[in-house]
Design a binder for this molecule. Structure first.
Ligand code: SAM
Length: 213
């Protein structure tokens, strides 16, 4: 993603009531935030970008609690500005680097992880930065509920093949996968992300895999 510095984005996030600025203090207690449905499932999206996907997903699923995680304030601020228009009550955002995700979620606390159009990091020496690398899968293994799932979408075939291989090598089960999501049964109920809309309008097929342990 091309990053442009957005002046004032940090300050905006610091004062926005939909952004959690001390996520470490919620470790093991995320559900307490969602007072309307404290027993709900907790779904997170890592690399939420401008937030359209999780926003629409939260609006369509009021009984599930959602947290969108984005590393950069200049990107997250766009999601939060959207939130000011119509904010689902079951959605919060945090600015955080997912590399340290085990510092903010307790063991088995999360029911589902969405990874949408994650950065490909094409150089081999950067492979461990990919959000589907074995290093990240080990982090997710810790925080996901026993029957928890990861749902990963991308336009990038090389990243997808890498991710399938990493899942298999890390002993995850591939529940389903497709190399053309929009022509697949998995497309039912699919919510498009900003990147998905852009790539599919150019005729690029979208890959998706669903994995669990
Ligand atoms: N998911 C959105 C979509 O599909 O439209 C955005 C995709 S964009 C290519 C990837 C996003 O992931 C960027 O906004 C980037 O800043 C974020 N990201 C990358 N690495 C991250 C990390 N370690 N922790 C949190 N966010 C990360």
């Amino acid at each position: 993603m091309r990053l442009r510095n957005v002046p004032g984005s940090r300050e905006y996030i610091d004062t926005c009531k939909y952004a959690i600025n001390d996520p470490e203090s919620y470790k093991g207690k995320w559900r307490e935030l969602f007072t309307k449905s404290p027993d709900s499932k907790l779904y997170i999206e890592i690399g939420t970008g401008k937030g359209r996907f999780i926003h629409d997903l939260a609006a369509a699923n009021p009984d599930i609690s959602f947290v969108g995680i984005e590393k950069f304030s200049s990107v997250l601020v766009r999601a939060l500005e959207k939130a000011d228009v119509i904010m689902p009550e079951n959605l919060y955002f945090i600015r955080f680097d997912a590399e340290n995700i085990n510092e903010i979620f307790a063991e088995h606390e999360v029911d589902r992880i969405y990874l949408n159009f994650s950065d490909p990091w094409p150089k081999d020496r950067h492979a461990k930065r990919r959000l589907t690398s074995s290093q990240f899968l080990a982090r997710y293994n810790n925080l996901l509920a026993k029957d928890g799932r990861i749902i990963f979408k991308t336009d990038n075939r090389a990243l997808f093949d890498f991710s399938v291989e990493e899942a298999i090598n890390s002993k995850w089960n591939i529940i389903d996968k497709t190399y053309d999501l929009h022509a697949s049964h998995l497309n039912e109920g699919n919510i498009m992300t900003e990147y998905e809309e852009r790539f599919s309008s150019q005729g690029v097929p979208i890959c998706e895999m669903i994995i669990e342990r």
